[in-house]
Structures are given as C-alpha cells and as structure tokens.
Design a protein around this ligand. Structure first.
Ligand SMILES: N[C@@H](CCC(=O)N[C@@H](CS)C(=O)NCC(=O)O)C(=O)O
Length: 196
C-alpha cells in the first residue's frame, strides 16, 4: 500500500496528488496539520518535518520532485516524462528552477516578506507566459512533470491571491488545457474549498 502524508493547502503536496491522480495509483492519505505538525512527521522526515512524504512498503520518500520521479519510474504509464534524454533534462531543469521562476515570488508575496510584491509576482507570471507562448507546456511540446510542478502555485495565485490571469494569455490558455485533465481539475476544486 502507498501512503501519502498530505496537507490540502500545501502546493508541494498538490504536485504529488496530481501525479498520483494522473497515474491512477490508489493511495491512503494521512492528513498532517501544518499549524501543529505532529511528532511523527518529524520522525518520518527529519529534520524538516515537511510534507509531502510518501511511504511505500518500508521506503519513506520526502521531497515532491523526488516523489514525482519515483512515481514515474514505478508507474511509467501514462508517461509524464518525455522519451529522450534531452527532453527529460529540460523537464528536470524546469523543476529545479521552479523556486526562482515562480516559488519565491509567490511565497515572498503570500507570506508578506520584504522581498515580496505584486509587481515581482507579475514579472514571474509574465516570464512564464512568455515561455508558454513559445511552447505549449512548461518544458516543451508535451504535458510533463514540469507542468505538474508549476500548476499548484498558478491555481493558488488565482484563487488565494486574487491574481487575474487574463493579461497572461498563453498562461491562461495553458491552465485551461491543464484543467481539462481530471487530476488538475480535482486540485482546482480542492483549492476552491480551502479555508481563506
Ligand atoms: N522541498 C519540499 C518543500 C515542502 C514544503 O515546504 N512543505 C511545506 C508545506 S507546503 C511544509 O511542510 N512546511 C513545513 C516546514 O518545512 O517547515 C518539497 O518539494 O516537498
């Protein structure tokens, strides 16, 4: 059995939820409170105590990008990585660069850090829009783990930060394409139901 230590509001957990949904993998979910993190999550994932954590047999796998690739190797179909090494490298690069491209501008604004500003997040969304004007998906011509790595924050920017995506035409069109996928639509519905 596969167990996901999960928190609904966590976008890193959302990456794993979406990947599991795409693969149709049955999973048992253990909800972890982010406000009062239980001792067991620090025991499972020392020293951070962060989620997501995936447990399968006796293996404990933290870190959303590692979990996504692990799931891809366990369940290669439907493929969420391209076939060739060059294209695979581009997916990994897009995931690796996620913090600077979207994560940091998002969190700095969301958490009210000094570096955060609506303008900085707008710049990050504009750069993503430009990328998506050149290619249909974040790392090229096909839907991959890179799209799954970014979309939880785009959903939350819209729903939780009230960002209007209509000025970013290619980004909005990409989101529309992704929302046709049940696993991504389920995450949009989960975000809509979160406490403010
Ligand atoms: N690098 C981790 C980040 C996970 C993360 O930051 N999770 C948050 C919830 S969204 C968390 O558990 N934060 C608690 C902490 O690390 O203090 C990943 O990709 O899984």
């Amino acid at each position: 059995m596969t167990t996901l230590y999960d928190a609904p509001r966590c976008p890193y957990c959302a990456r794993v939820r979406i990947a599991l949904g795409e693969k149709g993998v049955p999973v048992e979910t253990v909800q972890v409170s982010l406000d009062e993190r239980p001792d067991f999550i620090f025991e499972l994932n020392p020293p951070h105590g962060s989620v997501p954590v995936l447990e399968r047999s006796r293996l404990i796998v933290p870190e959303s990008s590692v979990i996504m690739e692990y799931l891809e190797e366990l369940h290669p179909e439907p493929a969420l990585m391209p076939a060739g090494p060059d294209d695979r490298a581009l997916v990994r690069l897009a995931v690796e660069r996620f913090p600077e491209r979207l994560g940091d501008p998002y969190y700095d604004l969301y958490l009210g850090r000094p570096a955060g500003s609506p303008e900085r997040l707008a710049g990050a969304l504009a750069a993503l829009d430009e990328r998506l004007a050149a290619d249909s998906f974040v790392a090229g011509a096909s839907y991959t783990l890179a799209d799954i790595a970014y979309v939880p924050w785009v959903l939350r920017a819209e729903a939780r930060l009230g960002i209007d995506l209509s000025p970013y035409g290619s980004l909005a069109a990409w989101l529309g394409r992704l929302l046709e996928r049940p696993a991504v639509a389920a995450e949009r519905d989960l975000v809509a139901a979160l406490e403010p």
